[in-house]
Ligand binder design. Structure first.
Ligand SMILES: Nc1nc2c(c(=O)[nH]1)N[C@H]1C(S)=C(S)[C@@H](COP(=O)(O)OP(=O)(O)OC[C@H]3O[C@@H](n4cnc5c(=O)[nH]c(N)nc54)[C@H](O)[C@@H]3O)O[C@H]1N2
Ligand SMILES: Nc1nc2c(c(=O)[nH]1)N[C@H]1C(S)=C(S)[C@@H](COP(=O)(O)OP(=O)(O)OC[C@H]3O[C@@H](n4cnc5c(=O)[nH]c(N)nc54)[C@H](O)[C@@H]3O)O[C@H]1N2
Ligand code: SF4
Ligand SMILES: [Mo]
Length: 747
């Protein structure tokens, strides 16, 4: 230990820093050692002194140099006449002129239609997301900022469950991330089991979790229970593998609860002292014996029973819950059932269990001031359909599916300007049924995008392109779980400069200064970050010198009055207990207890449709080489994943005359897409898994091709408007399709 944050010798400078975005990643804040010579990045290595990643990096950071200096990067602001959308007629413009244009259009749309006609759209949890809602509220003056996945179905359902049921930040695997000595800290205990539920952390490192920690723990004796329709690496190394039909998670979880409750192997003391509604839950789970779960989910009852027993009888154990729980229609019920398992086994906030947290003060004050600046009248105009009170009460955000409908119907008000903050949603990423969004976006007066490369979304519908710099070109702070369970803060560094690119924050500061100077007083990103770090008695400079600062942590916070704002013991829920029976859900027209609901489109819910589209389609399991639609230009990464891949079981492939490497068309009542078949026993017969986010930067940019946007667009098969009652959940990982061999990608 003890290496300095920066060392220089003979003109070679080595800087230790943390990564976030761009290129895309969640705030894992992995440790980088960046070598620069004469202002040029010459080497990227893992930082062995980083407390969490300890020198390890995934291929995307290892190939950072390719991205930083890639020829496709946009190096100057670009503008195009809105009449020319889809044409490659971009022209360079100065930053000042770009800001003039923004000011003009924002003012015009506000005067003509009202500020609510401006919308701010974010994608996944990149750094810009921390600023873009506040910017939409306090600079653009609109209440309509949102994350554009149908049913807000990434992280949203899980955080709603965390808030309402658990009342303790985002519950996360305890991997000793808070402790300098990590696994050797005397307070820590290695989990006996980790239940990996609908997550593939080795590839995804989602939301701030360093996924490789699971392997660290396996080396120390942890065993796995994996719930996934595909045989991932972790599934192949699991003690129990529950290979389920996509979209049936809730029934598997309810059957595990059934076993744990009926066999009396739950933590009686925790349930008695800290849980509300246990008897009601006991009654509810009687409806879900393992036999019924087997029929529905295809997981053999014996495996459900043995996995439930192993988990409950092995203290401490933990749960990693992933995106597959969000991207189901009854997301808030599936995730609820899964967290209830953790609760009744007594694994919350114990060493080696499931960590809970209170919100991090980083940026909190600024975000809340920005929201307040809107005023109640404008806030009331936020696009959220009336039946989605659950959403309205939970998220300081517009609802993406409501916004789409407002845009389509032009009522109660039209949408006229869009600002894309780090999202490429037409490219089979955030949007379901993307062509519907395309039509709405084409009606806008003016669309602005901040990105690093020309994307299909920018080429199709944007008028002003603001080029941003990468994670090694600007100052910032990485903080895992976006403040919901933050084990460390990490310094993002500006070690090189490329072109005339600016950081997201710098652009927003400039634009904010023009549009609402009172709310945007900061002159530089560093000033802004210094202010945000004030609650930590730290400046950016202090963080830079320390590189990472681990946060303090206490186990069993519920016993010590550390979870609730009133300082009383208990959980930060309405009752003060973990709510095994929710006191809030019924207010939103939702059942107070977890239940199972078939996916909207499945052989059981739609047997006639399934005759035409007989296969179950799950999508978007992460590729290690790609972050959603990103990285398709990078030679080292494209070599790992050169084509869009659809995984098919050998039996299913034989039935349809498909062989390894064939191009195949997937089709359903919503749309069609072409991908390359990978025939593998790693997926259940009758189920196919298709990659998402595909476009082809090497193809023609201009419309109608738009970098091949619509060719491998699996999201054109995913329905919108099918969220659950609370407005949370969607169908990205469970719908129906047919498969047929075609000649080529063009097929
Ligand atoms: N490399 C890389 N990393 C990423 C991203 C990326 O694009 N690339 N994206 C980031 C984002 S935004 C997110 S949200 C996270 C998500 O990361 P994760 O939470 O890990 O989610 P996925 O990788 O989408 O899916 C995880 C697993 O769910 C399985 N699965 C599919 N359908 C079902 C189902 O119905 N039930 C169950 N139980 N399992 C199912 C898949 O087979 C897959 O193995 O990753 C983040 N990290
Ligand atoms: N079928 C299917 N579709 C899915 C999923 C699935 O599992 N299946 N997963 C979904 C999930 S969980 C999510 S979160 C969405 C994600 O959806 P999006 O976030 O829209 O994903 P991307 O297409 O990668 O868009 C990100 C864009 O922002 C740029 N970018 C990267 N970092 C930054 C940054 O720091 N600042 C700025 N300004 N730009 C940046 C990138 O170059 C890229 O063009 O996709 C969803 N789509
Ligand atoms: S998860 Fe991978 S891409 Fe993301 S910061 Fe860590 S090493 Fe980099
Ligand atoms: Mo996501």
């Amino acid at each position: 230990m003890g290496e300095k944050w920066r060392e220089e010798s003979n003109g070679v400078v080595v800087t230790r820093a943390c990564a976030w975005s761009p290129p895309g990643c969640h705030p894992v804040g992995c440790g980088l050692k960046l070598t620069t010579v004469d202002g040029e990045l010459t080497k990227v290595e893992g930082d062995p002194e980083h407390p969490i990643t300890q020198g390890r990096l995934c291929p995307r950071c290892l190939s950072l140099k390719e991205i930083v200096y890639h020829k496709d990067r946009i190096l100057h602001p670009l503008v195009r006449d809105p009449k020319d959308r889809g044409k490659d007629t971009w022209e360079e413009i100065s930053w000042d002129d770009a800001l003039d244009l923004i000011e003009m259009h924002v003012n015009h749309v506000k005067e003509e239609w009202g500020p609510e006609s401006i919308i701010g759209l974010q994608g996944t949890g990149r750094e810009v997301n921390e600023y873009c809602f506040g910017f939409t509220y306090s600079a653009l003056g609109s209440p309509n900022a949102t994350f554009t996945m149908s049913g807000y179905s990434c992280y949203g359902p899980r955080t709603a469950v965390a808030d309402y049921i658990v009342g303790g930040g985002y519950p996360e695997l305890d991997y000793a991330a808070f402790f300098p000595d990590r696994y050797d800290d005397p307070r820590y205990e290695v989990p006996k089991y980790i239940m990996v539920w609908g997550k593939n952390p080795l590839y995804s490192n989602g939301d701030g979790l360093f996924g490789h920690a699971v392997i660290d723990l396996m080396k120390r004796g942890t065993k796995l229970i994996v719930i996934d329709p595909r045989v991932t690496w972790l599934a192949a190394h699991a003690e129990y593998f529950l290979q389920l039909r996509p979209g049936t998670d809730a029934i598997v979880a309810l059957a595990m609860l059934n076993v744990i409750i009926n066999e009396e192997i739950y933590d009686h003391e925790f349930v008695e002292n800290w849980c509300y509604g246990f008897e009601d839950l006991r009654e509810r789970v009687q409806e879900y014996p393992p036999e019924r779960a087997e029929d529905v989910s295809w997981v053999p009852r014996d495996i459900i029973i043995s996995a439930a027993r192993a988990f409950a009888n092995s203290k401490p154990s933990s749960i990693l819950w992933g995106l597959a729980l969000d991207t189901a229609k009854n997301a808030t019920q599936g995730a609820y059932a899964v967290m209830s398992i953790g609760a009744i086994c007594g694994y919350f906030d114990v060493p080696g269990g499931i960590t809970l947290a209170t919100p991090s003060p980083y940026l909190g004050k600024w975000q809340s001031n920005a929201l307040q600046s809107l005023g109640p009248e404008l806030w009331a105009k936020r696009a959220v359909d009336p039946e989605w009170d659950g959403f309205r009460m939970t998220f300081a955000s517009a609802h993406p599916d409501s916004l789409l409908r407002y845009g389509e119907r032009e009522t109660p008000y039209p949408l006229r300007m869009c600002w894309f903050f780090g999202t490429n949603p037409l490219a089979a990423t955030a949007y379901a049924e993307p062509s519907r969004w395309y039509n709405v976006l084409m009606k806008m007066e003016f669309n602005v995008v901040q990105d690093i490369v020309m994307t299909p979304t920018a080429m199709a519908v944007c008028d002003l392109f603001l080029p941003i710099n990468t994670t090694v070109e600007h100052v910032g702070v990485a903080y895992p779980h976006f403040g919901n369970n933050t084990h460390m803060l990490g310094a993002i560094e500006d070690v090189v400069t490329v072109g005339n690119c600016k950081s997201d924050l710098e652009i927003l500061l400039w634009a904010g200064h023009r549009l609402n100077p009172e709310m945007w007083p900061w002159r530089t990103p560093q000033e802004f970050v210094d202010d945000a770090l004030e609650p930590f008695n730290m400046t950016y400079k202090d963080l830079q010198e320390r590189v990472t600062v681990q946060q303090e942590f206490h186990y069993k916070k519920y016993e010590k009055g550390l979870l609730r704002p009133d300082g009383e013991p208990g959980f930060n829920t309405a009752t003060g207990f973990v709510e095994l029976k929710s006191t809030i859900y019924p207010n939103f027209g939702e059942d107070a207890l977890p239940y199972y609901e078939e996916p909207v489109f499945s052989p059981i819910s739609m047997p006639e449709l399934a005759e035409k589209y007989p296969l179950i389609l799950t999508t978007g399991a992460r590729s290690i080489a790609m972050f959603h639609s990103e990285h398709r230009q990078m030679p080292s990464l494209r070599a790992i994943n050169p084509n869009p891949v659809v995984e098919i079981n050998p039996d299913t492939a034989a039935e349809y005359g498909i062989e390894e490497g064939d191009w195949v068309a997937l089709e359903n009542q919503y749309g069609r897409c072409v991908e390359k078949a990978h025939v593998t026993k790693g997926i259940l017969p009758g189920v196919v898994h298709a990659q998402h986010g595909w476009w082809f930067p090497e193809q023609e940019a201009a419309a109608p091709n738009l970098f091949g946007l619509w060719k491998s667009d699996v999201n054109s098969l995913i329905p919108n408007d099918h969220t659950a009652i609370m407005g949370l959940g969607a169908n990205y990982k469970s719908t129906l399709c047919s498969v047929a061999k075609v000649d080529s990608l063009e097929g």
